[in-house]
Design a protein around this ligand. Structure first.
Ligand SMILES: O=C(CO)[C@H](O)[C@H](O)COP(=O)(O)O
Length: 151
């Protein structure tokens, strides 16, 4: 997949994220502090990565900032983007399964290297659920997007 990655901070875990995505065979497009000379404001670089998903120039995005909150807020302003702030693998699995999340938001402060890998494992293994019990959750996702003209 082609993954847009943004971070306002040039932190070791953000660099590990890029390495890890490449090692998993993804094409990575960087924004913010991960791209020399780019705007490093968390609002700007997160939105730029999210816009790639909305425009279809990236399949998914991972947006990072120190807390993860600003990055997720900025990404979620983009119509068609469903960004989920995940601090653990179970949450990442649920975000894909029940929310059809297309942008993963991470807080650099609390995400260790091992936890990052667990989150990525769950995120990329997860698919929007087809289970009857989960359909209600997916219907809410459709309604959210439809209300914003994104579906
Ligand atoms: O977590 C964040 C936003 O949610 C930022 O990474 C944190 O606030 C640092 O930003 P700045 O360097 O602009 O002060």
């Amino acid at each position: 997949m082609r993954i847009a990655v943004s971070s306002d901070l040039d932190e070791p875990v953000a660099r590990l994220l890029v390495e890890e995505l490449r090692a998993r065979g993804h094409e990575v497009v960087t924004h913010g502090a991960l791209r020399p000379g780019a705007d490093t404001s968390w609002a700007v670089c997160s939105e730029r990565a999210a816009r790639e998903v909305a425009a279809g120039t990236a399949d998914q995005a991972v947006v990072c900032c120190w807390t993860g909150t600003g990055a997720s807020i900025a990404a979620n302003k983009v119509p068609g983007v469903r960004a989920a702030l995940c601090a653990d693998a179970r949450t990442a699995d649920g975000a894909r399964r029940w929310n059809d999340a297309n942008v993963l938001a991470l807080g650099l402060r609390l995400t260790s290297g091992p936890v990052l890998k667990e989150i990525l494992d769950a995120w990329f293994a997860g698919e929007p659920s087809e289970d009857a019990e989960d359909r209600e959750s997916m219907a809410h996702v459709d309604r959210l997007d439809a209300d914003r003209g994104a579906r």
